[in-house]
Every structure is written in structure tokens, then in C-alpha cells.
Design a protein around this ligand. Structure first.
Ligand code: MG
Length: 339
């Protein structure tokens, strides 16, 4: 019998996190466990408020799950399809069970998921560290704290874009990922920004315009000198199939995709149609980040900085080497409880 346990937790952010649409100092999460024959798999749901999930909604959803109909955890496809069928939405809640299930099955098989999927764990892109919207002085402080990272992800779209870029470039020459979080609504303005940002060393531009402006986004993608990456505009595989062609690539996150099973399908689909792939995250512990990292060898860009933005990670810290996350050669997702 597979047993599901879960408990609420709050992640404390190192700095208040501000993007084009909101600001916050903590992120609610739910920690899940699936146990089978004495082995425990760990999972996590992270709920940034703008996605609409909370401690209450995740606990309510998880309470509806009845795994008694499954004799063992190995039929992952069937189990995640059942969980997905319980109710629409609840993507982070679904991810928390999916991640624990993958950890459990990997442990029972004695293999890490990157091995099961056939990825080479030594071939991962360097990960970026996110710098939220802030005053020029705080931007400089945050860039100074990011010395272990070789790429920075700069949040724009809040009205002081030029000031932020000037502050960043006054203290570092590192390559930059730019994320405007749907902050610009005029396509010509967005194109001017893309050209200007390229001059300043931006490598990609994430969700520059509101996801509803799909024709403007497709036009921008055609004209932009740097790749335009979807984030808010693409959550699941079905979104990727519908809207992917308007972008140069997609930022895949476990909390959007309902977990590792669908995220893996999204990575494979995106690659098959020539889209670039970023593996990204919300504010998450080493648990969900270790799970996402299993996919990073198949991605062009890694943005898995969650544990570096919080002060109370309940799991062993993620190791960073030469700007890359080290994927532990441990069965399952490779996460360990902090000792
Ligand atoms: Mg984003």
C-alpha cells in the first residue's frame, strides 16, 4: 500500500522578491511524502500567490487522493493520470505527489531519474540566479552576493528598467537572462527593448508581453535579435502544443507542468519541434529543485536558483560547482533531509 503524508511549511526569502506584478517576503509550500514498503519518496508544492494555490487549496486537493486502488507505485503513467483527473488546475498540488512518486520509484529501482531518462548528468547548462526588481543600490548588493553564479536573471517590467540595467552593468559583465514578467504591452517598444538588451549582453528575453497578446508575441519572436522564451504563457504540454510556435522557447517548471512526468514530455516535445528549453522554478527547496535538475541535461538553459533565495531550506543544500548544479548520483530525485 502507498501512503501519502503532507504538511504545510513557509519558505522565508533572503530578500523581498519583487517582479513586474507583485512583491512578497515568504512563499507557502507543502512538503509531501509517499511511503511504500518502508521506502519514502519526497515531494513539494510551491505556491507563489499569483498562481492561485495556497496551503488550503493544496491540502484540500491532496485529501481527495485515494491511492488504495494502486497495488504498487510503479505504474506512474496511470497514477498521475488518476491524480490529474480528480479536479482541473491544482498544478502545484499535483506536482507535489508526482515528485514524491518519482523519488519513491527511483529509490525502489536504485536509479536516479536522469539515468532512467538516459541523460548525461555531467552535461548541464550553468544555472542563473534571479535578481528581483529593486533600487539600484540593492541591485548592486544582490549582484555582489551572486559571485558563485556565472549567469544572472534580471527581472524587468516594473517601470525602472533602464535604471536597473545601468546598476547591473556598473558592477558585472556576466551574461544575462531577462524576464519582464509580461511587463510590456507595445510590441514595438518590446522590440526596441530586445535590441537594446542584446547590446547590453542579454542572451534571452522571457515573457516580455502579456500571454494573451499571442500575435504580438509571435511578431516579436520573428523580429527579436535574441530568443523569446514563454513562461506565464505556457504551463502544460497542451499549452506548449497550442502556443509554442509563437515563441523561440519555453521555460518549463514542475509547479506549472504538474510535475516531472509531464515536464519530461514537454522537454522532449519542445526539442522535437526545435524550441529552446529552459528548466526553471518557483521559490522551492532542494527537493523540487533536485527533481527539476534531473531534466537539466536535456535543456539549453537552467534557472534553478530556488534554494539560494531562501533561508530555511529543510533539505540538504544543493551543491554548485563552476556555476552548475551538481546532480547527486543518488537514486530517485537525489534529495536528502538536512542532518
Ligand atoms: Mg519568468
Amino acid at each position: 500500500m502507498i501512503k501519502l503524508k503532507f504538511k504545510p511549511f513557509d519558505l522565508i526569502l533572503r530578500h523581498p522578491f519583487t517582479v513586474a506584478t507583485a512583491s512578497r517576503t515568504s512563499t507557502p509550500i507543502i512538503l509531501t511524502e509517499l511511503e511504500y514498503q518502508g521506502i519514502t519518496g519526497f515531494g513539494e508544492a510551491a505556491m507563489p500567490p499569483y498562481l492561485g494555490e495556497s496551503h488550503a487549496t493544496v491540502e484540500k486537493f491532496l485529501s481527495k487522493i485515494d491511492l488504495s486502488k494502486f497495488a504498487d507505485p510503479f505504474s506512474i503513467e496511470e497514477i498521475v493520470a488518476y491524480i490529474d483527473s480528480i479536479e482541473a488546475g491544482n498544478n502545484a498540488a499535483k506536482a507535489s505527489v508526482d515528485i514524491a512518486l518519482h523519488d519513491l520509484v527511483g529509490k525502489l529501482q536504485g536509479k536516479a531519474w536522469h539515468q532512467i531518462w538516459g541523460y548525461n548528468s555531467s552535461q548541464v547548462p550553468e544555472t542563473s540566479l534571479t535578481i528581483g526588481i529593486d533600487t539600484p543600490e540593492m541591485i548592486k548588493t544582490k549582484v555582489g552576493e551572486a559571485s558563485l553564479f556565472n549567469i544572472l536573471k534580471i527581472k524587468l517590467g516594473g517601470g525602472n528598467d533602464k535604471e536597473i540595467m545601468k546598476a547591473v552593468r556598473s558592477v558585472t559583465n556576466k551574461p544575462l537572462y531577462i524576464d519582464a514578467n509580461q511587463g510590456w504591452t507595445d510590441r514595438h517598444y518590446a522590440l526596441d527593448m530586445a535590441c537594446w538588451l542584446k547590446e547590453l549582453g542579454a542572451v534571452i528575453l522571457e515573457q516580455p508581453m502579456p500571454k494573451e497578446q499571442i500575435e504580438d508575441i509571435a511578431w516579436l519572436t520573428q523580429h527579436s535579435p535574441i530568443p523569446i522564451i514563454a513562461d506565464e504563457g505556457i504551463r502544460r504540454l497542451s499549452d506548449l502544443k497550442t502556443f509554442g510556435k509563437a515563441y523561440s522557447g519555453v521555460n518549463i517548471k514542475l509547479m506549472k507542468s504538474t510535475g516531472m512526468h509531464e515536464a519530461h514530455k514537454m522537454v522532449e516535445y519542445a526539442r522535437s519541434v526545435g524550441l529552446k528549453v529552459m528548466i526553471g522554478c518557483m521559490t522551492e527547496t532542494s527537493c523540487a529543485i533536485s527533481a527539476a535538475a534531473q531534466l537539466s541535461p536535456a535543456c539549453d538553459y537552467t534557472d534553478l536558483d530556488g534554494p539560494f533565495l531562501i533561508t530555511n531550506n529543510p533539505f540538504a543544500e544543493i551543491v554548485l560547482k563552476d556555476g552548475k548544479l551538481v546532480i547527486p548520483e543518488l537514486p530517485g530525485i537525489g534529495v536528502r533531509i538536512k542532518v
